[in-house]
Write a protein that binds this ligand. Structure first.
Ligand code: EPU
Length: 339
């Protein structure tokens, strides 16, 4: 297993930020991963794990070692007349796995079409879009315990999934490397979820009243392309902040002052407010500062127009956070991992 020294990470993060890794290992096999970890440990290097690089903001060089997890694989573990359980390698590109499922007419992840990143990173933050989260189809994953070098299986319960959350972002942060993920997909009677306003609008405009999973995927791709910039053209990491949840009583207070504030009721007298709306109301949408800014079609997406730095983006994020807190009394929390 060969490592490279002083490697530019520009091509490995979707913000397209320049940062260097002290050493860089691209692992395609479990054995390579073990070997890399042993070397890194014996050299006493600090370790950072990279998936598709679509959810990180690099504000500095990474002094120690970076492992890019590229383990491939698609394996059917179990198949009945109704469902299929497929084990995917953590290095597989997420959207290609969605396309593979669609080619086979397997349902469950079509709403998650075109999300950048890898399979291994998907459960980390319980990726979600248009009413569906990966936890809905998740069976289990295998991860390498970095301390013990043992392979461990995590069930859905072990992962403790929440909104853009899992145990791997919280109590077990930095302790595991996910190597494969098993999903249960439907072969018949797909649960077709097009309740999300934007999807039903697209389907209606196309005269589709009994959509297939392929129709839903096409609609999602169309919506994402219209709102979210392609990292190949404009550096970005999707939504930068999470949508905040506030108490219903506070929401009602805000509604009295800002009558158009959107909100989605949650259990236990909570309301989820779209961060994009809050940011737009503070005047940030479409603005540019140096070479970074806020996307013109989606205020929740921070962008690098080219040549911007991670620190410029982070300063912009802090300014946005402050203005939202000053105007609405709501704290925004990044969804993206800050390094
Ligand atoms: N809105 C604005 N201004 C904007 C954009 C949106 O006011 O510029 C308001 C509108 O009221 C709109 C609402 O925000 O109805 C929701 O907007 P949208 O449907 O675009 O979704 P979002 O809440 O901004 C979330 C996810 C996205 C996911 C979409 C669709 C988070 C943090 N983000 O965005 O996920 O694709 O819903 O389900 O939950 C990601 O995580 O990187 C990501 C892109």
């Amino acid at each position: 297993m060969i490592s490279k020294k002083n490697v530019s990470l520009k091509a490995f993060n979707t913000f397209g930020l320049e940062a260097k890794a002290g050493s860089f290992y691209n692992t395609r096999k479990r054995e390579d991963l073990l070997e890399a970890l042993k070397t890194i440990r014996s050299d006493n290097q600090k370790l950072t794990i990279l998936g598709g690089g679509s959810n990180i903001l690099l504000t500095r060089d990474i002094e120690g070692a970076v492992i890019k997890n590229s383990i491939p694989g698609k394996e059917i573990l179990e198949e009945t007349a109704d469902f299929v359980k497929v084990k995917f390698g953590a290095g597989e590109n997420w959207h290609e796995c969605v396309l593979y499922a669609l080619q086979n007419d397997w349902g469950g992840i079509e709403n998650l079409s075109l999300i950048p990143g890898t399979m291994g990173a998907a459960p980390m933050q319980n990726i979600g879009a248009y009413g569906v989260e990966i936890c809905n189809v998740f069976v289990e994953l295998t991860a390498l315990n970095i301390q013990t070098l043992q392979w461990e299986i995590f069930s859905k319960r072990d992962c403790n999934f929440g909104y853009r959350e899992s145990v791997f972002k919280n109590t077990k942060k930095g302790q595991y490397i996910i190597v494969d993920v098993t999903l249960k997909l439907t072969k018949v009677n797909h649960t077709i979820d097009y309740s999300y306003g934007a999807i039903s609008d697209v389907l209606k405009s196309e005269g589709i009243d009994k959509p297939t999973i392929q129709d839903v995927s096409n609609a999602v791709i169309q919506i994402r392309k219209s709102k979210l910039p392609d990292p190949k053209d404009i550096g970005n990491a999707g939504s930068f902040f999470k949508n905040p949840t506030i108490d219903k009583i506070d929401y009602e207070g805000l509604k009295a002052e800002f009558s158009s504030i959107p909100g989605y009721e949650l259990p236990e007298d909570k309301v989820k407010v779209p961060a994009a709306w809050l940011i737009e109301q503070c005047g940030w949408k479409g603005t540019t500062k140096n070479k970074v800014g806020v996307h013109k079609n989606q205020a929740l997406v921070l962008v690098n127009h080219g040549g911007g730095t991670g620190n410029e983006l982070w300063e912009l994020a802090l300014e946005i956070q402050k203005s939202v807190a000053d105007k609405f009394g709501i704290d925004l929390h990044p969804e993206v991992n800050i390094i």
